[in-house]
Write a protein that binds this ligand. Structure first.
Ligand code: NI
Ligand code: MN
Length: 226
């Protein structure tokens, strides 16, 4: 699978069954110069929660690509009211889509939409199909609920976890999360975008290495194959 990092929590994952875009936030990201959204052509957009730094470019990309937006009930309804194709999930629920099975799992955080509407409870996603399984945690604290993921989903090939601290868990807690979810390869997200969440990359990698885990910190625009 090809994974492309577009800053903050924005990832494109190209699976054999289609392309998934997570939490598109390009237009408001101070680190990204190229604000052109036309390069995004996903089959579906998975939205972890309603905060601006996760939903900013959902509408524009969904309208240009006709991608299906999958999120919690409240966020899905909010985008559905804008004429976007959506599918609502709620915590613990999964559904089979063309791109694979998508399960909405617990996150400990908050969720409100840019206009102040209620954004439901925030979540993360576990996505799997024949031959692969990965977890996108969204914004979350370290939570014991993460231990349920290996009990209820196929073995994870990798996970995308927030590591920036302040608004989410920091890398120390994220390294413990990697143990809870039994994943060896972790891609970091939600760090360095703003002053509050700037981190020391070497210390972050060392925290994971201590637990026998690999922390991958991707460059903006970089694509890797896992
Ligand atoms: Ni958030
Ligand atoms: Mn956030």
């Amino acid at each position: 699978m090809k994974i492309t990092y577009s800053g903050h929590s924005t990832f494109t994952v190209e699976t054999p069954n289609g392309t998934i875009l997570f939490d598109p936030f390009i237009s408001g990201n101070p680190l990204i110069e190229d604000k052109d959204l036309s390069r995004f052509k996903p089959d579906c957009i998975l939205v972890s929660h309603g905060h601006m730094d996760h939903v900013a470019d959902v509408e524009a990309i969904a309208l240009q690509s006709e991608a299906l937006v999958i999120s919690n009930y409240e966020v899905s309804t909010w985008f559905g009211n804008k004429g976007i194709k959506t599918h609502p999930l709620n915590h613990g629920g999964k559904n089979k889509f063309d791109i694979g099975t998508v399960k909405y799992v617990n996150a400990v955080h908050t969720s409100s939409l840019p206009d102040g509407s209620y954004g439901g409870s925030p979540g993360g996603f576990v996505v799997w199909n024949e031959g692969y399984c990965f977890y996108f945690a969204g914004d979350t604290a370290l939570t014991m609920d993460m231990k349920l993921i290996p009990m209820t989903c196929p073995k994870l090939d990798f996970a995308i976890l927030p590591i920036g601290d302040n608004f989410t868990m920091g890398y120390e807690d994220a390294a413990i999360a990697a143990e809870f979810i039994q994943a060896d390869k972790i891609i970091g997200c939600h760090y360095d975008t703003f002053g509050y969440i700037e981190i020391d990359h070497n210390k972050a990698k060392a925290a994971f290495a201590e637990k026998g885990k690999e922390l991958i910190l991707m460059e903006l625009g970089q694509t890797i194959e896992l």
